[in-house]
Design a protein around this ligand. Structure first.
Ligand code: FA5
Length: 344
């Protein structure tokens, strides 16, 4: 039987040198190490052998089994490597080349700034909400104390959807202030909202004016709200967005829907107040209009002006972005120039 084992091992090793691919190797394994192989039946039959024989045959058979398994593993590795080399040589696809990088997107700088502006107000307890870009004359003008033929309509050069003579006419909203009315109509005070969104004006463009731009409207209505709350809220906002050392200017201004009205300007980032093209030589850039909500507007929305008061503001997002990032022309934001946009 030991002779039979020697022959078996020699045959197996000889045949192994003749296997040239993984398929042949698998049939070699089945033949010499599989359940029905001669070696397995010898190992299974050990129990029927005489004591002395069982020991020597068993040791020899197990040694052959171990060595054939080692040979099998070694051969398998070398055949696998060879088959990889062959497939690399034969195919035109070089799997070792690095993949093509996928261009990854980013948020538009104005979208990023709107998110930041809203988060500053959210931290002060304001809720964020959006409204329609196509508005009715009533919400954009009438309800804000700007009736037909009121000279204040000239402040907002309008892109009309319907004929402007119709009091129910639709238009592209010229500011986000119509959302003040919609909010006060729908909800009872206390109210604290900011409303970001696109606005449109039929205007010639220059470095600080575009025909489409974004505003963030703010509205706070409660008992005992004063001009001081308005100023503190807006100054705190400016310090958060532009830094604690920024010079902020508050001046009186006129808007029919507030009384008193004001505007907030920031020292020009480009010339530091000396005067340049960006700030039209004034040293300041106006970023928002504001004021205490007019009692007539409150009353029109069903809010008693003897009980409640509040403030509102509307800021130009692009103006804020210009100042924050040192951009010297508003039109760059919408020129689709990747060299510009990739910097944010
Ligand atoms: C308004 O639009 C008022 N609705 C603001 C307001 C709200 C006042 C609530 C009182 C109470 P104004 O037209 O000034 O106001 O515009 C507000 C801001 O929008 C400006 O300060 C400026 O930052 C920005 N803005 C105005 N016109 C343009 C434009 N053509 N391009 C870019 N930004 C503009």
């Amino acid at each position: 039987m030991e002779q039979e084992l020697d022959q078996l091992e020699a045959a197996a090793l000889e045949e192994l040198t003749q296997t040239h691919d993984l398929l042949q190797l698998e049939s070699w394994r089945v033949r010499y190490l599989g359940k029905k192989s001669a070696l397995t039946s010898i190992l299974r039959g050990l129990a029927s052998l005489a004591d002395g024989k069982r020991k020597t045959v068993g040791a020899r058979a197990n040694a052959i089994k171990t060595s054939l398994h080692a040979e099998l593993a070694e051969k398998k590795q070398s055949l696998s490597l060879r088959s990889l080399d062959e497939s690399l040589e034969n195919s035109s696809l070089d799997v070792t080349l690095p993949g093509r990088p996928l261009p990854y997107g980013r948020l538009h700088p104005i979208t990023q700034d709107i998110a930041e502006i809203c988060s500053v107000f959210a931290d002060m307890g304001f809720q964020v909400l959006e409204g329609p870009e196509v508005e009715r004359d009533y919400y954009n003008f009438e309800a804000l104390n700007i009736p037909q033929n009121h000279p204040a309509r000239d402040m907002f050069a309008t892109l009309w959807v319907d004929s402007r003579d119709d009091s129910n006419a639709r238009l592209l909203r010229t500011h986000t202030s119509p959302m003040q009315i919609r909010l006060m109509e729908q909800q009872k005070p206390p109210l604290r909202f900011v409303v970001p969104g696109r606005t449109y004006r039929y205007e010639a463009t220059d470095a600080t004016h575009d025909w489409m731009f974004h505003q963030v409207e703010g509205l706070a209505i409660d008992t005992d709200i004063t001009l001081r709350d308005l100023k503190e809220t807006l100054f705190e906002f400016c310090k958060n967005i532009f830094g604690r050392d920024t010079q902020v200017r508050f001046r009186c201004d006129y808007f029919p829907f507030v009384e008193p009205g004001g505007e907030v300007a920031i020292e020009c980032v480009k010339c530091k107040g000396a005067g340049c093209r960006l700030c039209s030589g004034t040293g300041w850039l106006e970023i928002l209009g504001t004021g205490m909500v007019h009692p007539d507007v409150l009353a029109r929305c069903g809010i008693d002006p003897t009980v409640y008061s509040g403030f509102a503001f509307g800021m130009g997002v692009e103006r804020i972005s210009i100042l924050r990032h040192g951009v010297d022309d508003i039109r760059l934001f919408y020129s689709n120039d990747f060299r510009f946009l990739r910097q944010f």
